[in-house]
Design a protein around this ligand. Structure first.
Ligand code: ATP
Ligand code: MG
Length: 399
């Protein structure tokens, strides 16, 4: 057992001591068997939520309507979820209602892929009802049961198949892949936020080229925002070695290859239900890349992009093989005298106290003038130099 499981063993044992079954399930079992690092330990049990709460002193109702109780133990939190079936599917989305059951088999049956339908007991036994271990060995993503039915129940599973394919470097088993092709249109029923999450995980996985290629082949790309009319651009991407290192880089890759400007990038990011912060960073990184292409990168361009976008643009420029050595943008950025207005050695308050300027629009203008000239290295960012420059500007203005 890896350390995360060792630490959680007392939880399984307490549940069993109370007369119920309990197992490790889901991604942590898959990742452990594959020798991958695990991030969260999920526990499934025959005990109902109220019964789980009686067994432990400290629990939090994190998702009790879905059967999940968080058990707190030695500073760790474990999601303990009652065995359940998801019988009523509406609109090809996750069901609103779940039914709690006492059978592990029923619980494993509702899971998406065979490699995700393994259970591990406290004594180290693996329950593998759908040949998940076999599929793991052959590096295959295979739907549990009838693939078409499973994608009809929950269309997000199609994106999950592709995400796991990229993360694990697995192929998608032919019948499962055919079913994705046949049901790609159902993706339109799924909340963009959820597609967004799977898509980013796919792009940040080990084989984003493989994932993207499968999305194109199965036509999933026709049912996500902004991709349908971009066949040539996507083809171009497949010829590159896509190695994004952050979510900002993922989206910058697409905004750049689609030839977007500030406003079209923003529109695209909004369609994908991105946060304002992410949207702005991507727009700035894309803008900077466009300037790299046009050979128009200067200090001001880097300053306006800001550190996060500069780092992203630097790496995405390498991915596209643009004419700029790696780290050049980052190095040039790091040499800027100031990174934001508040780094200026002279503030608005200083200007007022020195009696050079009165409050008003003129004050903002002179600060912007100083800011740009410090960024361009026409001025040293020292109090005296900036004050002298501000005074000179005032003189000029009054002549
Ligand atoms: P990750 O390593 O990204 O957490 P995971 O396999 O743990 O991968 P989760 O989204 O955390 O994925 O889900 C945990 C488990 O719940 C899955 O392994 C799978 O058994 C089940 N599951 C999750 N989403 C679905 C779904 N849409 N349909 C069926 N089963 C699902
Ligand atoms: Mg998980």
């Amino acid at each position: 057992f890896p350390i995360e499981f060792e630490q959680a063993l007392p939880i399984l044992r307490s549940i069993e001591a109370a007369g119920f079954e309990a197992y490790f399930v889901g991604g942590s079992v898959r990742d452990t068997i594959m020798g991958r690092k695990i991030h969260d330990v999920d526990i499934a049990t025959s005990a109902y939520p109220e019964e789980v709460k009686k067994i432990f002193n400290r629990t939090v109702d994190t998702g009790i309507q879905h059967g999940t109780v968080m058990v707190l133990d030695h500073g760790n939190g474990y999601e303990v979820t009652t065995f359940r079936t998801e019988s009523t599917y509406q609109d090809y989305r996750r069901p609103d209602e779940v039914t709690f059951v006492r059978s592990l088999k029923e619980d494993l049956k509702r899971r998406d892929f065979t490699i995700n339908a393994l259970a591990l007991s406290e004594d180290g036994q693996v329950t593998d009802l759908f040949s998940g271990l076999d599929d793991m060995e052959h590096k295959l993503i295979r739907a549990v049961g009838e693939a078409e039915e499973r994608f009809n129940e929950d269309a997000l599973r199609m994106m999950r198949a592709i995400r796991f394919s990229s993360q694990l470097d697995f192929d998608i088993e032919p019948a499962t892949e055919d079913a994705i092709h046949g049901h790609a249109y159902l993706l339109e029923k799924i909340a963009i936020e959820r597609i967004h999450e799977e898509f980013v995980k796919m792009m940040l996985g080990t084989r984003p080229n493989l994932g993207l290629e499968k999305m194109i082949e199965t036509k999933l790309t026709d049912y996500v925002p902004g991709f349908k009319a971009e066949h040539l651009a996507l083809k171009k991407l497949l010829a590159l070695d896509l190695t994004p290192e952050s979510e900002i880089e993922v989206w910058t890759i697409f905004a750049y290859v689609f030839g977007y400007n500030q406003s079209t990038t923003t529109k695209f990011m909004r369609e994908w239900k991105s946060s304002n912060q992410l949207t702005e960073e991507v727009a700035r990184a894309t803008e900077l890349l466009t300037k790299v292409t046009a050979n128009k990168v200067d200090n001001l361009a880097l300053y306006q992009a800001g550190e996060v976008a500069v780092i992203a643009a630097d790496h995405v420029a390498q991915i596209f093989g643009l004419d700029v050595e790696t780290k050049v943008l980052i190095n040039q950025y790091s040499k800027l005298q100031i990174k934001s207005k508040k780094d200026l050695a002279l503030s608005a308050k200083n200007l007022l106290m020195e009696n050079v300027y009165q409050p008003g629009p003129e004050l903002g203008k002179v600060l912007q003038y100083l800011e740009e000239n410090v960024v361009n290295n026409n001025l040293n960012n020292t109090y005296d130099d900036l004050l002298a420059s501000a005074k000179a500007l005032k003189e000029e203005g009054s002549n």
